[in-house]
Design a protein around this ligand. Structure first.
Ligand SMILES: C[S@@+](CC[C@H](N)C(=O)[O-])C[C@H]1O[C@@H](n2cnc3c(N)ncnc32)[C@H](O)[C@@H]1O
Length: 310
């Protein structure tokens, strides 16, 4: 099952995962061969695989379907979004991170996944004594992650040799042929961050009912809407066959980037202006801000608002 931001609920409904049993997260599964290996070895596990690359997600999904795996759920997007929104507090048994992007330049360190803030958040989702297992070829990132986990005060760190099964991923095999060394660390939860980490707030579909005549839009200048925690950019407009418009909008907020459509379409009472359901977007603060901006812009073009809901 492939999960989109808009198909997530919180707390995650029990039916999201196919069975009672340990919940295991794999971050950055790449071509999915490790996911498939653990899913077959542990049919009693519920495995949530998270991957931000669309190409990898589609290749891995083909593999999971071909192999008939029933205990894997896939989220296409950011690991922290999935952790925050698809995992109930205290529910995770284990996390696997194999060969994470190392971001080797000092000025890019902030992009690394395994840093203090992440460990603090992870502690809210792991069960007592749950653990994250890291395998990498990058000595400096391996040491960095250990320092960050220790600085959080919430994890005990051990560094046994990497299990053989972790050295058969696509990247492990690639680095093996180059003669690289491999490093492993197990981060076991020993405490929990007292700050709750609630899921991203969702909003009812923001919309307005407007009346008047829609403008003929020959040229649309890109609009940037800033809101607390992100930006929404309305980039393009397209006329619909029924005489309305779609506005292609890029909304970027914490751990979530969505390309979605806002619409202004004729309805029995005037024009419905709001978020289109196309692509099953998640209705967030950023979406609300974008709809609010669009209604204001249409008002400036001469339409009147009869009713608004946002
Ligand atoms: C170097 S590859 C390793 C892939 C696989 N684990 C392997 O060992 O073959 C790192 C993968 O992690 C994914 N990734 C990196 N950061 C991520 C994040 N924050 N959330 C989800 N996926 C991420 C990348 O898209 C990439 O596919």
């Amino acid at each position: 099952m492939l999960l989109h931001p808009g198909s997530t609920e919180f707390p995650p409904p029990p039916a999201l995962y196919p069975q009672e049993g340990p919940l295991v997260l794999e971050v950055g599964f790449g071509d999915g061969r490790f996911t498939s290996q653990i899913a077959q070895q542990h049919p009693e596990w519920n495995i949530l695989g998270v991957e931000r690359s669309a190409g990898s997600v589609s290749r891995a999904l083909r593999r999971f379907r071909r192999e008939g795996l029933r205990n894997v759920r896939v989220y296409h997007g950011e690991a922290t979004f999935a952790l925050r929104n698809l995992v109930a507090p205290g529910r995770l048994y284990r996390v696997y991170v194999n060969f994470p992007d190392p971001w080797p330049k000092a000025k890019h360190e902030e992009h690394r996944l395994l840093q203090r803030a992440f460990f603090r958040r992870l502690s809210t989702r792991l069960q007592d004594s749950g653990a994250l297992w890291l395998t990498t070829d990058h000595l400096e990132y391996w040491q960095f992650a250990q320092n960050e986990a220790q600085a959080s005060g919430l994890f005990a760190v051990e560094t046994p040799p990497p299990p053989e099964s972790h050295l058969r991923t696509k990247y492990a095999l690639k680095w093996k042929t180059q003669g690289r060394s491999f490093y492993h660390a197990v981060f076991s939860k020993i405490g929990q961050d007292p700050t709750p980490w609630p899921p991203l707030e969702r909003y009812p579909m923001p919309h307005a009912l407007m009346q008047g005549t829609l403008p003929q839009i020959a040229v649309f200048e890109k609009a940037v809407v800033r809101f607390e925690g992100g930006t929404a950019v309305l980039t393009e407009v397209a006329r619909t066959l029924e005489g309305g418009y779609y506005f292609l909008t890029h909304v970027s907020e914490e751990d979530l980037v969505q390309d979605l459509l806002l619409e202004a379409r004729p309805s029995s009472h005037g024009f419905y202006v709001g978020l289109s359901r196309f692509g099953a977007p998640l209705s967030t603060l950023g979406v609300k801000a974008a709809v609010e901006w669009l209604v204001g812009w249409l008002e400036a073009q001469g339409l009147q608002t009869l009713q608004r809901s946002y």
